[in-house]
Design a protein around this ligand. Sequence first.
Ligand code: HAM
Length: 412
Amino acid sequence: MNKIPPLRGTHDFIGKDIIFYNEIKKIISEMATQYDFNEIITPILEYNELFTKPLGENSDVVLKEMYSFEDRNKSLITLRPEYTTPMIRAAITNSLFNKLPVKLFGLGPMFRRERPQKGRYRQFNQINFEIFGSSDSISDAELIILANNFIKKLKIENKTTLYLNSLGDLNTLKKYKHELTTYYSKYKKELSSESVLKIDTNPLRILDSKDSKDLKININAPIISNFYSSSANRIFENIKELLSKSNINFQIDKNLVRGLDYYCHTVFEFKTNSLGSQDTIIGGGRYDGLIEKLGGPKIPGVGWASGIERLMMMMNKAKDISHDVQVVVIDELFKHQAFDLIIKLRENNFKVKFDYKYNLKKSLSLANELKIKNVIIIGEDEVKNSYFTLKDLKAKKQIKVNFDELILNLNS
Ligand code: HAM
């Protein structure tokens, strides 16, 4: 049979990937507890309608990237492309909104049929944090501080910049979108063909286009801050002040609009210049109105998500998995003695390597390669006289020990 390749845009996690992935998971799970977020795991499959309207019928994700299929009973199912709407759905299903605020943390695979490239996959993993039921700017600031501290713990803060913007309230956005459509309509000939398609349907997205033709037109595009209501302005000032007080460095990016339709007020992204064009490692913002749209109460929400693969690409030092000891057998005749010893060592919580090779030379060379300090050798004399040879590969010394002495030596 021909070899079956993986699907385009998907990848296997092996070796160092697993070390990075587990490290990220450990750090963020601990932080979730510190910051008082409860973990949630929701299904990967959801009804298609959970995403289409809430993410925006004219957003790229809904227009071209969702993996959807008709189930046998004719219902339309989608592999979740993001986690905010499934979390809201789960909070509604499980009556979590009876007691506010609700703070949820989730981690798992998302699916978007994008054009694969470095840092952009069709199946990728996201970390997600959401606060439902608080309009207080402190909750926005708390989430940004959490993201900032997460990046610090991963030791990648020097390679990232936090960009911040406010989309104002829903009224601001409506007026601003109208103004943008009017402005871009004058440049139909000059804009990229992709942006021309967005003039009427999604003009905000032209603002963060990377196409050089669009960049020129964007220089003189209307600026959102000119459309803020006084309360939207006050909210944004408040958040900036809270972040400054907490020594969080940020830059205002008036063209930062985010790719999904549900945002208003604060939006933010942590970007890096070390990954090429897929440079956003964390993105989020406020989404007042979304929970109600999904059939929940009229309460606000704010949150962020981060792509684990992009974080992994920025982490360059993985701690190798280290073994405490390797058990080496001179001849296959003694493998049962080795087997008994390995079981006992593992019961005593040692990380034990065994290579099933029964060849002293090969096994010792593996121990050297893996930098394992201690090797226990079992051969004819050891079995006959009931002892183990413990070899310290670093000090290049070996001693004869019984089991209790072996444990004492390994612990020292
Ligand atoms: P998003 O900006 O679409 O936002 O995705 C968040 C992050 O997921 C991105 O910054 C990136 O790190 C990662 N990501 C997205 N697409 C891919 C891909 N194809 N391959 C690899 N990584 C990717 C959201 O999903 C919102 N739900 C965030 C949010 C939460 N807003 C409020 N709460």
